[in-house]
Design a protein around this ligand. Structure first.
Ligand code: ADP
Ligand code: MG
Length: 584
């Protein structure tokens, strides 16, 4: 730890001009820790260095848990996952310039996914930044963050830290949640304030996440439309998982008998195996449903933006907290703008006044289709191919994870993502965390840490070998904090697969080629975790079972065939063109 007791400002301005006289005086860093505690923050994810090292020590000293990472992006993914799973903003602490930029990736991703988080970053002193004079790690971080965060604030005076923290907290959690950036300059962190003055500045915000009740007229319009539907369906999104409204959804589904389709991270809000689950009937809903109720789900690219397979005649009811989400891709016939708990309660309360007119054949038809599709899927999983494909490996993972339903599943990759989502049924809410709205790679280790720390539950991360590479070094963070996380790396030796051929005469590997012979289990050995290398479904099932039961860090290198997997998994259609041989 650096010596913080020397007098005089340094080049970066992070030292107080004079030594604070404890306990009569405190620094901005101490005020920051107290302000975070006042809003109920008990955990910070981050990576220290100038000018925030002492801030992290002080926070720890004040009883806030600090989890130190190897890369800020992963610390940010952990904070975002913490926010999503707990319903309270997760906090990320970063250093200036590049550390800030690395963390900002996660803040931007949190904003896109509506996860509440706050990125707090130290920044270099203002004056040389504004005159572009080449100071240490000088970057106008506030202006950069504004473009991708839900909001950004900068604090220049220690006495403003309490109000800034409350403002960041309120912004992250109210309305549509998102990532908020809080810039604190180095001189501000080191500024000295009298203790009694600082104490008076601290406060806990009243009702930071106020209920937003929908208008009765909007509820009535929606209920009338729903009651008129012959082939209605609910679509649950991760907004509903975040809002923790599974109790109300269950009542609404079971009272109306209307089937539901969960988006990826909404799986488990109601069990995937529930008789009214239409998980296997996505296309039929798009083509045939006459009224669809979107519950905390956006009609974005993941739902073909309301076009493609969707019938032009389908009418939509949309329950969302954000009024500008409505009509964003297609006309919404009955918007219900409010927080989901208030909106669903209003719908449930008024339900007895409406007579539903659903076709008697709609649900049995979907159930028959589900049966046929699931039987076909089971046939595919039953083939225990060796060397393993994604399917044969997942047949093993399915058996073990479904027998341990309270394990949180973190999942990223291309084929590894798509096939895992389709294979593993979820039965509990908020037990699936994946690369979500942007379909990004590089959330795995961070989200696994965030999920384990925020919930105290065991986590299994199923990772493509490429996806793992983005965050692999933070497997060491899982080990350092001894978290009950099992990381499974589906190694098919490449991005999509390991059989890419370069088009020209280069002797270099193809752009998609990675390391089919890599022994990722050796990485686990390096950090003292349980290490497994498996080549058959039976070996994988045994290793996964043992690893989960151990409640200790573990890594399973799941050796797949190099030709397992196709380009871009299920979304190959998004590539601009297929490969054309290049002639020079
Ligand atoms: P998915 O990817 O699962 O379809 P999205 O992230 O696209 O889910 O959609 C989530 C939606 O949920 C967003 O439009 C967001 O505004 C909304 N939302 C988030 N929290 C709440 C809440 N408490 N009440 C109502 N809507 C919410
Ligand atoms: Mg791969």
């Amino acid at each position: 730890m650096q010596d913080t007791t020397k007098n005089g400002a340094t080049g970066c301005g992070c030292k107080p001009a004079a030594e604070p006289k404890f306990p009569e005086q405190v620094t901005g860093m101490y005020i920051l820790a107290q302000a975070l505690k006042k809003v109920g923050i008990d955990t910070i994810y981050g990576l220290v260095g100038i000018p925030v090292t002492e801030a992290a020590y002080i926070a720890q000293g004040q009883g806030i848990r600090f989890l130190g990472f190897r890369h800020e992006q992963q610390a940010g993914m952990a904070a975002a996952t913490h926010g999503y799973l707990t319903g309270k903003p997760g906090v990320l602490l970063t250093v200036s310039s590049l550390g800030f930029m690395n963390g900002l990736t996660a803040t931007a991703n949190a904003t896109v996914n509506c996860y509440p988080m706050i990125q707090i970053s130290g920044s270099s002193e203002r004056e040389p930044i504004d005159l572009n004079q080449g100071n240490y790690e000088a970057l106008d971080q506030y202006s950069v963050a504004k473009t991708v965060a839900k909001a950004a604030y900068r604090v220049n005076r220690a006495e403003d830290i309490p109000i800034a923290v409350v403002r960041a907290y309120r912004t992250a959690i109210s309305g549509r949640p998102g990532g908020v950036y809080l810039d604190i300059t180095a001189p501000c962190l080191g500024q000295i304030v009298d203790h009694d003055v600082a104490e008076k500045l601290l406060f806990t915000p009243v009702d930071p996440q106020p209920a937003m009740v929908p208008s009765p007229a909007s509820v009535d319009r929606a209920m009338k439309l729903l009651a008129s539907a012959k082939k209605p369906a609910f679509i649950f999104g991760k907004g509903a998982a975040f809002a923790q409204v599974e109790d109300l959804l269950t009542q609404l589904v079971e009272k109306t008998g209307i089937p539901f389709y969960p988006m990826s991270m909404a799986k488990g809000l109601m069990p995937d195996k529930h008789p009214l689950s239409a998980l296997s009937c996505r296309s039929t809903i798009m083509e045939e449903a006459d009224v669809v109720v979107l519950v905390g789900a956006r009609l974005n690219w993941l739902l073909s933006r309301g076009h493609g397979k969707w019938s032009p005649d389908t009418k939509f009811i949309q329950l969302d907290i954000d009024p500008v989400e409505i009509d964003c891709n297609r006309q919404i016939d009955a918007p219900v703008v409010g927080d989901l708990r208030s909106s669903l309660e209003a719908m449930l309360n008024s339900l007895p006044s409406y007579k539903m007119s659903m076709d008697a054949a709609w649900v049995p038809g979907l159930q028959a289709q589900t049966k046929v599709k699931n039987a076909k899927f089971a046939e595919r999983l039953a083939v225990k191919t060796v060397p393993m494909t994604h399917w044969s490996a997942l047949s093993a993972a399915k058996e073990v994870i479904e027998a341990n339903p309270d394990v949180i599943l973190v999942n990223e990759g291309a084929n590894t993502l798509d096939d895992t989502r389709d294979t593993i049924d979820m039965s509990l809410p908020r037990h699936r965390v994946d690369c979500a709205t942007w379909a990004i790679m590089g959330m795995g280790m961070g989200s696994a840490v965030g999920a384990a720390v925020a919930t105290g539950k065991s986590v299994v991360a199923i990772e493509g070998d490429s996806a793992f590479g983005f965050s692999g070094m933070d497997f060491s963070t899982i080990c350092r904090y001894e978290l009950p996380v099992t990381v499974c790396i589906f190694n098919n030796g490449g991005i999509y697969n390991g059989i890419g051929e370069p088009l020209d005469k280069t002797t270099d590997p193809a752009p998609t080629t990675l390391d089919i012979n890599a022994r990722y289990d050796k990485l686990a050995e390096a950090f003292g975790a349980k290490a497994y290398y498996v080549t058959t479904p039976d070996e994988y099932a045994a290793a996964l079972k043992e690893a989960i039961a151990s409640k200790a860090p573990a890594l399973i290198d799941v050796q797949l065939a190099a030709d397992a997997g196709k380009e871009s998994g299920h979304i190959g259609y998004l590539n601009p063109a297929s490969l054309i041989p290049v002639t020079v």
